[in-house]
Every structure is written in C-alpha cells, then in structure tokens.
Write a protein that binds this ligand. Sequence first.
Ligand code: NAD
Length: 245
Amino acid sequence: PGIPTAAISRLITYLRILEELEREERLTTSSGALAERAQVNAFQVRKDLAYFGRFGTRGMGYTVSVLKRELTRVLGLNRSWNVVIVGMGRLGQAIAHYPGASEYQFSYVGLFDVRSDLIGLQVDVPARRDLHSGLGQGFQARTLHIQHIDSLAAFTAQQPVDMGFLAVPTEHAQSAAQSLVEAGVKGILNFAPTLIQPRAKEGGHLQEISDEWRDVMVENVDFLVGMKRLAFYMLNPQLNEPDPE
Ligand code: NAD
C-alpha cells in the first residue's frame, strides 16, 4: 500500500517543526505539541509517523533530535540530490537564487536554456549548506554558467543528475522534459502549467510507456492552482474540508 501525498506533505511539515524546536533548544516533544504547530490533531501525527515505524515511546513522547534524524532519513533528505534547472528565464533565475533548496543537500549542478543571450551567462547559486556550519553563517555561493539544452546529455554523462526543474514556457515543456529524460534524469519538478506526458513506446499500444520514461517521477508545482483554489474557497467557505485519509 502507498502513502497519501498529503501524509508526505505533513511529514515534511513535522520535520520543519522539529527544526524549529531544535532552534528553541527543546529536547523532547509529543504528538500533541507537533499537532498543534502543524494544525492537525495528535492522532493524525501518530498515524503519519506510523507509516515508517515506531519513533517514540508510549507516554514518553519523542526525542527531538532522534525524530528529526529519522524523519530526515525516511524522507530521503540525508543524501545529496543533484539538480539541474531547465529554462533560465524569470522563474528559473528566481529559483536558482533562492537559498532554501540548498538545505537538505539539494544542490544545483547545471543550468540550461536555449536563448543565445543567456548561454554562457554566470549565475551564482547557493552552495549546499554545510550541515555542520550551524545556523546564521549564511549561504555560500557557487558560480555556474548557463549551458545550451543540447549539451544536457553530455553533461549528465559526466556528472550524475537526480532531478530537473522545468521552468520553460508551456509550449516547450514536453520537449524540454523529453531532453531531461533522454539524458537519464529520473525526477522532474514541473513548474509549467501543463501535464507532461510520458512518451509511448514506438509502435506500441497507446498506454505502453517507452523504456526511458518508465521510472520517471513528475511532480507539478503551480501557484496559480493555489490562487484559484483560494478564490473558490473564499466564495464557498462552507465547502472547505480537509483532505480525507
Ligand atoms: P520566461 O519566458 O521568462 O523563461 C522561460 C525560459 O525557458 C526562457 O529563457 C527560454 O529561452 C527557455 N526555454 C524555452 N525552451 C527551452 C528548452 N527546450 N530548453 C531549455 N530552455 C528553454 O518564462 P517564466 O516567466 O520564467 O516562466 C517559465 C514557466 O514557469 C512558464 O511555463 C510559466 O507558466 C511557469 N510559472 C510557473 C509558476 C509556478 O508556480 N509553478 C510560477 C511562475 C511561472
């Protein structure tokens, strides 16, 4: 059985709360305390954590550092993730400059576009945060040069790339996604407001997915969806209901 997307989102929230608690120098916490900060109930917290085993002692709560370490591990945030950004226009550049992603060992290793005036341009990206440097030390920057998308496959042959952020105009999203997949990138964070179609196998049936697409994960991010959802619920507050589990 799988784990609902909403539960994964909450686990990511709990992890952020545990970091807050650590900054407040609290050593232990409880499902009730986590629930209050995450705006859910304690039963929900225990249920979400139970997907991955038992982390606390009954009646004793959780040790903040232990739960944080375990959640970091189950969420796969204790390893490093190499990321390329495809599309270095307004959004791509904004993402590249945002320091948040360098937490948890996400690091930008390559930036790609097709526009001749952007190719070769230097962009300072936040370097992976040294987990031992402590807070408040600021982010170090690393300089990358924007490269042409046609050199992506040669790039991934030299350097492992785990994820591609897709920040190209909608009409180019499918072909840019295809470039990523052909270069062997298995995870796509798609910012374009369109659904990426896995390519069908040549000569195969409609639903038969080609080999290179078989284990590709696509996650869509669209703030316009949030904006429209907000508008809908503002007009229909009585229809607002939390996601069922
Ligand atoms: P932009 O026009 O400023 O930049 C897009 C860049 O993609 C350009 O530099 C262009 O040369 C490049 N590009 C085009 N085809 C390419 C290809 N095949 N390979 C590599 N690069 C290619 O656009 P923008 O304002 O940065 O928006 C980018 C995308 O993000 C759009 O689809 C937009 O709708 C979307 N967007 C999403 C969100 C969100 O919340 N998810 C927010 C803002 C914008």
